[in-house]
Design a protein around this ligand. Structure first.
Ligand SMILES: NC(=O)c1ccc[n+]([C@@H]2O[C@H](COP(=O)([O-])OP(=O)(O)OC[C@H]3O[C@@H](n4cnc5c(N)ncnc54)[C@H](OP(=O)(O)O)[C@@H]3O)[C@@H](O)[C@H]2O)c1
Length: 398
């Protein structure tokens, strides 16, 4: 497979200062065009342990919006120009070395890049350990959301179960993550009390399987929520909104409750009543997937990747609403911001248009590079791949 030396990639020239919600649709698109452009750059070269992926799809997440504002990571901003995009799917076209990297060449994969981003481009680098090889039934669209939200949902369910919680509160309840949490939680014995800000989402989430749902647009939500948490002895919340909502949850929940803040969608500081902290033994904590994953062994992570892959078309599925070419990233961002609960908006760099629009079974380019196509050969290749991965995992654990 020939790899060009140059590629098209999205570049952010300055961090965006204003709030995305302050501008109307056309002003927002025009403003974004001042900051984001597609440029010709060198195709990056993978180092040992990394692979080069020809990108089929990349998803827009709230963390991407934060990265465009330079506010994603409190420890510092990446240097400009910055190439955005954390998560996506595509075809591995080269390896920088290492058993795992070589075993992925020619495979369709889901990837997550490091915090330096770079996936809104025709090619991107990913650590081989942060690639999930896709089965033929998983489309590139679906695979574009394989890491950040699914692994966070697995973490939340694990935390809840470890603490003996049968119910958890979840804000931004109609988000892609929120819908996954309801479905996976129901599979695994943890039910969700969802909090949203739009009343029309209440019934939708209950139909999906939420134990209860409340809209903060209703005057009486706090009393009803307090009553429900008491009745169900619900003392754990995961809050993606922050701002005053964090304190409102904490105040309404029973003595000893914990609110774990894991997003800042309101773009406001958390406000909490000191009395709840002092006299009610309530706590506010943070959750960041990157830190949580450090508590897991390599084998544990590998098992989670396998679990995600097996559930991507069911409990951990993400609804995709639209795809935009690389040149229309400002329009894609505008479409996403205009209705975040309606489904994910993807960026499609265009190379794999034909393959990306169908499932992997018709992925011509991937098939060309795959050595094994018959049932038996394929199975053997998969077993070898699993063995190689297990060996690499075992070696890293020594
Ligand atoms: N800490 C971590 O490690 C970690 C990992 C993964 C995800 N996350 C966080 O998880 C959250 C959900 O991600 P996602 O990809 O599932 O999101 P998404 O599908 O893109 O949806 C975003 C959701 O946020 C809601 N929302 C936006 N602004 C809001 C506000 N000011 N007040 C209340 N709701 C608001 C939207 O609801 P409307 O319909 O009301 O607009 C929508 O449901 C994000 O905050 C993300 O940063 C954090």
């Amino acid at each position: 497979m020939s790899i060009p030396t140059k590629m098209q990639a999205c570049q952010l020239s300055q961090y965006i200062q204003s709030s995305f919600t302050d501008l109307d649709a056309s002003s927002l698109t025009e403003a974004l065009k001042e900051y984001i452009a597609v440029e010709e750059v060198d195709v990056p070269k993978p180092k040992k342990g990394e692979v080069l992926v020809k990108i089929a799809r990349s998803v827009i997440n709230p963390s991407d919006l934060s990265s465009l504002k330079g506010s994603y990571d409190a420890s510092g901003k990446p240097n400009l120009p910055f190439r955005p995009g954390f998560e996506g799917s595509g075809l591995v076209v080269a390896s920088g070395g290492g058993v795992m990297g070589w075993s992925l060449v020619g495979k369709r994969v889901a990837i997550v890049a490091g915090k330096t981003g770079g996936v809104w481009a025709q090619y991107a680098i990913a650590p081989a350990t942060q690639c999930i090889a896709l089965t033929d039934d998983i489309s590139y669209d679906t695979a574009a959301s394989s890491f950040v939200n699914p692994l966070t949902v697995l973490s939340f369910v694990e935390i809840a179960r470890a603490g003996g919680h049968k119910y958890i509160v979840h804000t931004a309840g109609a988000s892609a993550l929120g819908k996954m949490l309801i479905k996976l939680g129901n599979d695994e014995g943890v039910q969700v009390i969802a909090i949203v800000r739009k009343s029309e989402q209440v019934e939708e989430l209950k139909t999906l399987g939420a134990a209860e749902a409340f809209s903060t647009s209703s005057d009486s939500w706090k009393d009803a929520f307090k009553q429900k948490c008491k009745e169900l002895n619900c003392t754990l919340a995961f809050d993606a909104v922050a701002g005053p909502l964090t304190g409102e949850l904490l105040h309404a929940m029973p003595k000893g409750s914990v609110v774990k803040v894991y997003g800042g969608l309101s773009e406001a500081l958390c406000t909490v009543s000191p009395g709840d902290l002092i006299f009610q033994n309530k706590k506010v904590e943070g959750f960041w997937l990157t830190e949580y994953l450090k508590t897991k062994s390599l084998v544990g992570l590998y098992m989670w990747q396998r679990k995600v892959r097996s559930l991507l078309n069911t409990s951990l599925n993400t609804h995709v609403r639209a795809s935009f070419p690389l040149e229309q990233v400002p329009e894609a961002l505008q479409a996403y911001i205009s209705d975040m609960s309606a489904g994910k908006v993807l960026i499609a760099p265009g190379f794999l248009e034909e393959e990306a629009s169908s499932s992997g079974s018709s992925n011509a380019e991937a098939s060309e590079t795959k050595e094994a196509t018959s049932g038996e050969e394929k199975k053997e290749a998969e077993v070898k791949e699993e063995e190689a991965k297990d060996k690499e995992v075992a070696e890293s654990n020594e």
